[in-house]
Design a protein around this ligand. Structure first.
Ligand code: G3P
Ligand code: MG
Length: 373
């Protein structure tokens, strides 16, 4: 039998090599752990090798997701810290100083409100709050009376009064933030386009000119078009909502919508992740206190990096690997997730992993350490 490979005993400068892990398909498969992930994370933490998690998923607070990951991977001795996690919507935090009243789209219903409020957005409005205020705004909504009663609320600062276009009674909304996959596509498409074409972000108004620039900004937390569940064929994800919004916006304005999309493989998301990885390294080395992670601005790359090499470890050639390659990080593709043999052949230039394809996360990390040890 072949001997089991193990991690190196000693490394020259462990703090100068960084790892960025995708979650679904690398550390977890659905709600179950990928067993090799436990050894890998324990080894990195024990040896003070900086790492963070970067996922296109979301829909719950970073605390809750990290708790789940720590329990599922059984990381009792070296639990991962919540500040090491970047979900698709985490970078939206940077908007807080200028975006107070925000329409937060996507589900699950209560959880996403909690996430946005937990980030510190002052006045979070959910589509169901607007339906509750006046259902004629989208009469075909599918929320039940019970859901409206349980989930619909008045926002914190001032209630939603869509029947009154006086900006003092119906306060303007500062931006549309699509946090996670829509649970009510019809409602969200109507409300989003109402706001993008409104006068100053006031529901019930309509601006008198056409433009590629929406009245208020819109951000999508990721560009994923499909996701897979128990059903035989993949299902529509947020990318499908984005296509609908872009298409209708262009129909109204005759120009393409100016919008911002986060998530892998976008550079804006890798820049954000790079800042967090650099800062986490400082915290790990005791140069900075924990619970004090930086809040990077969007589209603001780090000026310099202390890392000799950073590796992106992912299961998706088109998001994890393409994003990592474009960012000049080393890339490691694992076979525990969505990747099927030969997948990157469709797009070999951008999605071929630089270090190679490995059966699982442990083999990939070991190969990287051997090369840089
Ligand atoms: O949106 C799909 C989500 O499951 C992807 O997660 O961790 O593979 O980026 P991840
Ligand atoms: Mg994945």
């Amino acid at each position: 039998s072949t001997p089991v490979e193990e991690f190196p005993q000693k490394l020259e400068k462990p703090q100068d090599i960084g790892f960025v892990f995708d979650i679904d398909g690398v550390l977890l498969k659905g709600k179950k752990r990928i067993v090799e992930a436990t050894d890998t994370i324990n080894y990195l933490s024990k040896n003070k090798i900086p790492f963070i998690l970067l996922t296109n998923g979301g829909g719950m607070t970073e605390e809750k997701r990290i708790d789940f990951i720590n329990k599922t991977l059984q990381l009792n001795e070296y639990p991962i810290h919540k500040d090491q996690l970047i979900q698709a919507h985490t970078p939206m935090k940077t908007l807080i100083p200028h975006h107070k009243r925000v329409l937060v789209c996507g589900g699950p219903n209560d959880d996403v409100r909690e996430v946005a409020e937990n980030y510190g957005f002052e006045d979070v409005i959910r589509p169901i709050d607007i339906i509750r205020a006046n259902p004629t705004i989208w009469p075909y909504h599918m929320f039940s009376d019970e859901q409206i009663k349980n989930w619909g609320k008045d926002p914190k600062i001032s209630k939603v009064d869509v029947d009154n276009i006086d900006p003092n009674e119906n306060l303007p909304i500062d931006s549309v933030l699509c946090f996670n996959d829509s649970r009510e596509l019809g409602t969200e498409i109507q409300l989003i386009l109402d706001l993008l074409n409104s006068e100053n972000g006031i529901l019930g108004t309509r601006r008198k000119f056409k433009s590629n620039k929406p009245t208020i900004p819109i951000l999508f937390s990721n560009n994923d078009f499909l996701w897979s569940n128990e059903f035989k064929q993949p299902r529509f994800a947020m990318g499908a909502l984005k296509i609908a919004v872009l298409e209708i916006y262009e129909k109204i304005n005759g120009e393409k919508l100016d919008q911002l999309t986060l998530g892998k493989p976008t550079k804006v998301c890798y820049d954000y992740a790079h800042h967090i990885l650099i800062d986490w390294r400082k915290i790990m080395l005791g140069e900075k206190t924990a619970d004090n992670i930086c809040l990077p601005q969007l589209n603001d790359p780090p000026i310099k990096s202390p890392f000799k090499k950073v590796y992106m470890v992912g299961d998706n050639p088109e998001s994890d690997i393409t994003g990592g390659n474009n960012y000049n990080w080393g890339t490691i593709l694992v076979q525990t997730g969505v990747y099927q043999d030969g997948d990157f052949e469709r797009n070999p230039e951008t999605s071929r992993p630089s270090l190679g394809i490995f059966p699982n996360v442990k083999d990939g990390v070991m190969a990287a350490l051997k090369l840089n040890g």
